[in-house]
Ligand binder design. Structure first.
Ligand code: LLP
Length: 432
């Protein structure tokens, strides 16, 4: 639109309705779905950048590093984009480390967490010389030490402490309570620290906490940061100087539109907690960067009456593409790609998978849907594609990134040949 010689940009980063059509970074989602098909994940490069910068900039001059949690979404293009912005990486398996390396992350930009690291994973982690292996038990620390000795290469370790803090998130994704399997209890950690002085192949570089994911109250996050800061001070008194503290990830996003913690408030709380130590801060955000930057597009493939007031809308996207509703009862906003003023109707939006738990949106009011309509399932950028499966032999969907007014396929749709490429058709694998 031209007015007074000034080109009015209608561009809005992320997903917004323009002239009743849902767009991603100014590109019509309907047009993308028409070409690339559904189900389809669509990501906004501009929103990814904005969300990374919102967290990063909030630290101001305070020394820090953002280690993007790859588990949220480890598509190569997304990782490379974040790497290009100055992100580091948090990996949860040796395979995520390999993916991180292919994204361009150097070993000294990667922290490795994981409650059960196999001997092979530990060996590779030690020999790669990562920024830190976040250690989950005294036994694991001893195994790392043995490998470090065997390879003549001291290992950089951080001890993950279980702070017994209630993240007040869904029980499946709360990790900071004593009853959870994660980390070393604080008393055991203190004991472990006393053993470190005579162990030259272990270099304690940090203490680590991660209390859970989709945390929507600030207090537990602040509490976790205060906790690691206090431990760092204790260690300093014992003559052990850390390089940084790692306060984990967990910052929640708004799935239903209600207000959540702003990145600035979150960063301010953790910086306030850690500042007295003077130590740099590592955070491991996943969802808060990539969650809102992605949608899952699904097409209505059937409609049928459910009860007197409601219909089932069967989509071609379900628990195989977005596990969160089935696994955690999670809520994701769902909207048609074309806004309509028509009287809304009551729908149960379900996926095509043979499970009654395959409900994407329960009891939703939406404008009347017709077969062939495409809907956007919002905030599917994190733990969507990353948790997708081939259940019912459904192929993994394509993924698309919109950047600078164009879209690019960043993962093609899986074909049946891709899916069967690892199988031997009843003849069995070649005998070794
Ligand atoms: N660091 C560690 C050690 C973690 O275990 C996690 C997530 C993160 C960082 C990143 O947390 P975030 O910033 O994304 O909250 N599948 C679940 C979430 C599982 C999170 C597991 N750990 C979901 O869909 O809600």
């Amino acid at each position: 639109m031209i007015s007074g010689g000034i080109v009015e940009s209608r561009f809005v980063a992320g997903f917004s309705l323009v002239d009743h059509h849902l767009q991603c970074d100014g590109v019509d989602l309907g047009a993308i779905a028409a070409v690339e098909g559904t189900p389809l994940y669509v990501y906004s490069a501009e929103l990814l950048r904005a969300r990374f910068h919102a967290l990063d900039d909030a630290f101001g001059t305070y020394p820090h590093a953002l280690h993007y949690a790859l588990k949220a979404n480890s598509n190569l293009a997304i990782g490379r984009l974040l790497h290009g912005l100055g992100s580091c990486a948090d990996a949860n398996s040796i395979w995520e480390i390999d993916v991180a390396r292919r994204m361009g992350f150097r070993p000294d930009q990667i922290v490795f967490t994981g409650v059960g690291k196999s001997p092979e994973e530990l060996e590779r982690a030690v020999t790669l010389g990562l920024k830190a292996i976040n250690v989950e038990s005294a036994g694991e620390l001893a195994r790392i030490e043995a490998l470090a000795v065997a390879h003549g290469q001291p290992a950089r370790v951080a001890v993950r402490i279980n702070p017994d803090i209630d993240a007040k998130s869904h029980p499946h994704i709360s990790t900071g309570l004593k009853i959870n399997k994660f980390g070393v209890p604080v008393d055991a950690a203190r004991e472990l620290f006393t053993t470190l002085s005579g162990r030259p192949y272990l270099k304690l570089v940090a203490v680590h906490v991660h209390i859970g994911s989709q945390v929507t109250s600030l207090e537990p996050l602040r509490g976790a940061a205060e906790f690691v800061a206090a431990i760092a001070v204790e260690l300093r008194r014992m003559g052990m100087e850390l390089e940084y503290v790692d306060v984990g990830g967990g910052l929640g996003i708004s799935y239903d539109g209600s207000p959540v913690i702003e990145p600035r408030a979150y960063v301010e709380a953790i910086v306030d907690a850690v500042r007295p130590t003077g130590l740099p801060i590592v955070i491991e955000p996943g969802r808060s960067i990539v969650g809102p930057a992605g949608v899952l597009l699904g097409r209505v493939i059937d409609l049928k009456p459910r009860n007197a007031i409601s219909d089932f809308a069967v989509l071609d996207a379900g628990m195989t593409e977005l596990m969160r509703p089935a696994l955690y009862g999670a809520f994701h906003r769902i909207e048609p790609l074309r806004a309509s003023g028509a009287e809304p109707r009551h729908y149960e939006l379900v996926g095509p998978v043979c499970e009654s738990s395959d409900v994407v949106g329960r009891d939703r009011m939406l404008p009347p849907l017709a077969i062939g309509d495409v809907v956007a399932i919002r905030d599917a950028g994190a733990y969507g594609s990353a948790m997708a499966s081939n259940y019912n032999r459904r192929p993994l969907p394509a993924e698309v990134m919109v950047d600078d007014g164009h879209w690019h396929v960043i993962r093609r749709r899986q074909s049946i040949d891709d899916m069967l490429a690892l199988e031997f058709g009843g003849k069995g694998a070649p005998v070794r």
